[in-house]
Ligand binder design. Structure first.
Ligand code: SF4
Length: 734
């Protein structure tokens, strides 16, 4: 077989197109990994509109991970101190359904939880929602997107009336000013950065501003790097707004015609004079003014952000404060401009579309909205009122639910919370107390498998057919091109079989994932994420396609008709497109206007103090992916960063008498860890940086999230994984 399969890279939300072909090809040497195993050939798909043939080291080496450390068979054990024993799928399903029924009838459906993942395909997400929120009556489905993008979701909904990044990657090459805040794009979204950097180098008039406490590779490429103190993002953003207002760079026509709540916002930003802001942020006043001038003088400003903004106890406020800048300057709904969140996981967007967070329902619907619940109940053939009106437990709520005994069954799939959750000692202690944990994953061992009673082998990317949506709303079909190992099954097939065994036979009578997707697409009709007309067949023949599909027309928002005339001075076409949202300058709010959010800065949930004088910030490294389940087992990516470290500024290192590579004990109020020191001016004095990838399987006492805390944004309920207070103690030889 020499045929090429077009698919999508299953690592990050950039969503690069890949072409995969078999290891053995006539007349060519078979591709092999370091151990001599044949590996599939992978290259970038030049026809994919998002990546245009580009691929980073993770995508290029993905095939080397496919056969390593796979879970082949269902396994069970009665308690965590026992060894697993292999069972048949029939025995595993029987055990799971009995436990679900027992918990339903003794504790109620709210005691059943599922914690899923942006690694799911949309079909997996959809079937999980139907099982949990529809059939079982528990809204307790949350995904690791809660730790990644939920502040962006909340920010978009509050500002625009609906979720959804308004921009597309083409905007990277059309902007006059790229404003990157809380995103190390060069390392975490490399192909987005490649596109932006190439354009920036070609067009010297184009400005790039990077806001980050670290001098990352992204910051190195910027015209202006604002190394603000952690937790002062809103001060900075309000300070830029203050200057835009003072210098009359605002778009009064846009504000008058297309927005609401500007007076409250204007009242807030008048308190953020350049002197106050520069002092709080720890930056030069001239740099603040330069940033404001770049914004104000640009015809088209594009903001990019990621977890540096979202993973914060004021994450939603930060997102809305970024959006405010676009609203006050009319920088939205036109090429090269707009607020653009970059998703972390490959299908975090698909999860949002399918309702894959505890407060969502499929088709960008909200659990709290009675009409939305009624629409889904009717579509699923449920009794009126069957979907609970209460948002379910979030990722961290599930941990506290295990602590207080209200969670009776936890089903974790395609994610590794024993590394990625905050306050890991507490997380692990809670997992130890779980009465019954099902862990469904492609890989074994993982840190989380340690806490499971049941292991279910999941087919992964390449072994199941489904769709994924990337950060620019492009939907790509990812066909299966190899058989799953052992008895592994697609996640959606596992959920559907459990549903049927619980008695919901008709609800889960799907012959294949194409039928699942077809049903899901019907639920998106006339919703902001409309995918009407998309199907596996259509995506296979036409290739990757953006939503809304077909492009929204004036007067079709799904939330009622609004009479609206765009302001005459705005040069956007009076129509909606799939490339960009809000080109008609009509938003999904009841009055059709985008809403300003008026926020004062609250700072960090756990600021430094004399006992814990440093701010620890965490992040990701080029070449690695999340908890190393794949990239830790690929020689090339493993060698790029073989072990964790802590970055310390030379001034702090000198004061504490820490030398390069010396082991440092890092203590927070929750735990202590040990890292070799990397002394570098890339980090600001008073701040230290640790990569988050390494869990207990890979390094002893070097888990970044052992130190972090779970304080969360009140709106998005996303924990502040990006910052906590720590003390540093050099370890000296006895
Ligand atoms: Fe994969 Fe992201 Fe790299 Fe693209 S940028 S190849 S999606 S990891």
């Amino acid at each position: 077989m020499t045929e090429v399969t077009k698919t999508l890279c299953p690592y990050c939300g950039v969503g690069c197109g890949l072409e995969v072909s078999p290891p053995a090809q006539p007349g060519k040497a078979t591709h092999r990994d370091g151990q001599g195993n044949p590996i599939w050939r992978v290259r970038g798909d030049k026809a994919h509109p998002s990546s245009q043939g580009m691929v980073c080291v993770k995508g290029a080496t993905i095939a080397e991970s496919l056969d390593k450390n796979r879970l082949h068979y269902p396994m069970v054990r009665d308690s965590l101190d026992q060894k697993f024993r292999r069972v048949s799928w029939d025995e595993a399903f029987d055990l799971i359904t009995k436990r679900i029924q027992a918990v339903r009838f003794t504790q109620g459906p709210e005691a059943i939880c599922m914690y899923g993942s942006g690694q799911f395909q949309t079909e997996d997400y959809y079937i999980a929602q139907k099982l949990l929120k529809g059939c079982l009556g528990s809204n307790n489905f949350d995904a690791n997107s809660r730790l990644c993008m939920s502040s962006a979701v909340a920010g978009y909904i509050q500002s625009f009336g609906a979720d959804g990044p308004p921009c597309c990657y083409e905007d990277l090459e059309l902007t006059d000013c790229a404003f990157l805040i809380g995103t190390n794009t060069a390392e975490c979204h490399p192909i987005v950065f490649n596109r932006l950097e190439k354009y920036h180098k070609r067009n010297r008039k184009v400005k790039m501003i990077v806001v980050d406490p670290r001098r990352t590779p992204t910051a190195e490429a910027a015209d202006l790097h604002l190394a603000i103190r952690p937790g002062t993002d809103i001060d900075l953003l309000n300070g830029i707004a203050h200057l835009l207002m003072r210098w009359n760079y605002i778009d009064v026509g846009f504000i008058d015609d297309c927005t609401s709540n500007f007076p409250a916002y204007a009242e807030v930003i008048c308190h953020y004079s350049p002197e106050i802001v520069a002092d709080r942020c720890g930056i030069d006043i001239k740099d603040l003014e330069t940033a404001a001038r770049y914004w104000g003088e640009s015809q088209r400003v594009l903001s990019l952000w990621s977890m540096g903004v979202n993973q914060s106890s004021e994450g939603t406020a930060k997102v809305r404060t970024i959006i405010n800048l676009h609203l006050m300057t009319g920088q939205i709904g036109k090429p090269g401009a707009g607020p653009f969140s970059l998703t972390g996981q490959p299908n975090a967007m698909g999860g949002r579309e399918a309702g894959g967070l505890a407060h969502l329902l499929p088709g960008y619907r909200l659990v709290k909205n009675p009409q939305h619940r009624a629409e889904v109940e009717e579509f699923w053939g449920l009794k009126r009122g069957q979907i609970s009106p209460n948002p379910g437990l979030t990722a961290w709520d599930m941990i506290t639910g295990l602590e207080d005994g209200t969670v009776g069954l936890l089903w974790i799939a395609a994610t590794n919370p024993a590394v990625s959750m905050p306050d890991l000692e507490r997380t692990k202690a809670a997992l130890m107390r779980s009465p019954f944990t099902i862990y469904q994953d492609a890989y074994y061992p993982t840190e989380t498998a340690t806490y499971a009673h049941v292991l279910l082998p999941a087919a992964q990317w390449s072994e199941k057919t489904g769709v994924m949506t990337n950060s620019e709303r492009t939907v790509t079909l990812c066909p299966a091109f190899r058989r799953p190992p052992g008895e592994a099954k697609a996640d959606w097939e596992i959920f559907a079989e459990v549903g049927r065994r619980l008695g919901f036979v008709g609800e889960f009578a799907f012959a294949n994932s194409a039928e699942v997707y077809a049903e899901f697409v019907k639920l998106t009709r006339d919703r902001p994420c409309d995918m009407t007309g998309l199907s596996h067949e259509q995506l296979r023949s036409q290739g990757p396609t953006q939503w809304p599909h077909p492009a929204e027309e004036m007067g079709r928002t799904g939330d009622g008709e609004i009479n609206f005339t765009p302001p005459p001075h705005h040069k956007s076409p009076n129509t909606q497109s799939s490339k960009r949202l809000y080109t008609n300058l009509r938003f999904h709010t009841p009055d059709g206007r985008a809403r300003f959010g008026a926020y004062h800065s609250r700072g960090l949930a756990e600021p430094p103090d004399p006992d814990y004088p440093f701010v620890l910030t965490t992040g990701r490294l080029y070449g690695h992916w999340h908890t190393l389940t794949r990239t830790g087992r690929i020689e090339k990516t493993r060698q790029m960063h073989p072990e964790p470290f802590i970055e310390i500024h030379p001034r702090d290192a000198a004061r504490l008498e820490i030398t390069d590579n010396q082991l440092v004990e890092v203590r927070s109020r929750r735990s202590k860890t040990f890292f070799p020191a990397k002394i570098t001016k890339a980090i600001a004095p008073g701040t230290v940086f640790v990569p988050m990838h390494w869990g207990a399987l890979w390094a002893d006492n070097a888990e970044a999230n052992a130190l972090t805390h779970p304080e969360s944004c009140p709106d998005s309920l996303q924990p502040e994984l990006k910052a906590c207070a720590v003390q540093l103690i050099p370890v000296t030889a006895e």
